[in-house]
Design a protein around this ligand. Structure first.
Ligand code: PLP
Length: 398
């Protein structure tokens, strides 16, 4: 059988060049504009992009989007603005990118890990509730792989206890959830929402970048101050902040990309639907979505009722994950593991006393999760090639 040259070269886990070719001209124009002005830090370009994000997220009039240097800094700044201090507890998930928890420990506060829900891979709200103590200051949910945590289920309880919410929406920019009659975008439900413009995120810059959003004008003012060394007026420092600004160059490029976000997210959803069709029609799926799979079966990601999942990653689970991954790699198909070691078991957090068995669902998922290629420009024949290879694996092995 003959296939196209690209196919013979393998299926990449991610190829950003495919979406870039459509916007190349616009990006170059934007970059030239910045070089002509020679104004590189914050300024009009950054403010314009912030305004466009405010409109996109439909923030209330009191709301603000505040650019900063990275998603990691956005989390750190948000916790600083909420006065998280040494000894305070921040409840979060162990199944996330490292930065979620390092923002907490940098402030001397204590990340308290609640286990995950095995169906959505997001933090289990029931376990979050169990982990609340008088020291809990913030709940830091992560909208993992592009799907929102149903925050409305726990927000009233947290409010009652005076616990703030900082959303880590680094993987979920543009994702939303229907709550009653309302569409609520990831990052807009908590006290502060944080996102990342790392090149592989849903609106990706040509380097690092991040953003915080809030509907609280006082918090917004504090965040703006904290990103410029806590400066009130020039060279007068009211508190010690960070040097964490969004570059004008990044802002200009991100502003070119933002109008494409909806179409890119729609495309990711179509790709996800096509994976489902292919896996199901070949009889490869387990009995239902989300639950741990049986041997020789693939569990597909589940979309929680009311959620608009944007599939930042398309993560399936299968018990002999490493074996399947190697099988695909031998056939030129790249996959990735997000995340091989939950945060409560990371060496740098050993001082927190986490042990195997503390978060059994997260630990199990870390052995079973496999992320498949999903990105704008991924071709149907590439998806089919992957699913065919999985089918061959199952036929041969089981
Ligand atoms: C990417 C990411 C971050 C950090 O963003 P950076 O811009 O890379 O610093 C934080 N949390 C999650 C869940 C992420 O995926």
């Amino acid at each position: 059988m003959s296939m196209s040259a690209t196919i013979d070269n393998g299926v990449p886990i991610l190829d950003l060049r495919r979406a870039f070719k459509d916007i190349r001209g616009e990006v170059h124009t934007a970059v030239e504009r910045i070089f002509d002005t020679q104004a590189f830090i914050l300024g009009r370009e950054v403010r314009t992009f912030e305004e466009h994000v405010e409109a996109y997220l439909d923030l209330p009039g009191s709301g603000a989007a505040i650019g900063c240097a990275s998603g990691s800094d956005a989390l750190l700044l948000a916790l600083m603005a909420l006065d998280v201090k040494p000894g305070d507890e921040v409840i979060t998930t162990p199944y996330t990118f490292f930065a979620t928890a390092s923002a907490v420990t940098r402030l001397g506060a204590v990340p308290v890990f609640a286990d995950i829900d095995p169906v959505t891979y997001n933090v289990s709200l029931a376990d979050v509730e169990r982990k609340i103590t008088p020291k809990t200051k913030v709940f830091l949910p992560v909208h993992l792989f592009g799907q929102m945590v149903p925050l409305e289920e726990i927000a009233p309880l947290l409010k009652e206890r005076g616990i703030k919410i900082v959303e880590d929406a680094a993987q979920a920019f543009g994702s939303w959830r229907r709550i009653g009659k309302e569409i609520v975008r990831a990052g807009t439900l908590g006290d502060v929402g944080c996102t990342s413009f790392f090149p592989t995120k849903k609106v990706g810059g040509c380097g690092d970048g991040g953003m915080m959003v809030t509907s609280d004008p006082e918090l917004a003012a504090r965040l703006k101050k904290l990103r410029v060394h806590g400066e009130g007026s020039t060279y007068f420092h009211e508190e010690v902040g960070l040097n964490s600004r969004l570059d004008a160059l990044q802002a200009a490029i991100l502003d070119v990309k933002l109008p494409h976000l909806e179409a890119w997210n729609e495309e990711r959803r179509s790709l996800a639907a096509y994976y489902r069709l292919c896996f199901e029609s070949r009889g490869l799926t387990g009995p239902r979505s989300g639950v741990p799979a049986e041997e020789g079966r693939i569990t597909l990601p589940a979309e929680l009722e009311g959620n608009y999942h944007i599939y930042h990653q398309y993560v399936v689970r299968t018990p002999k994950r490493d074996e399947l991954m190697a099988w695909l790699e031998e056939r030129g198909i790249s996959t990735r593991v997000y995340y091989p070691l939950p945060l409560h078991l990371q060496p740098c957090f050993a001082f927190l006393g986490g042990r195997p068995g503390d978060c059994p669902e997260a630990e199990r998922l870390s052995r079973e999760a496999l992320a498949l290629p999903i990105f704008p420009g991924l071709r149907a024949e590439e998806q089919e090639r992957l699913v065919d290879a999985v089918a061959e694996y199952v036929r041969t092995r089981f």
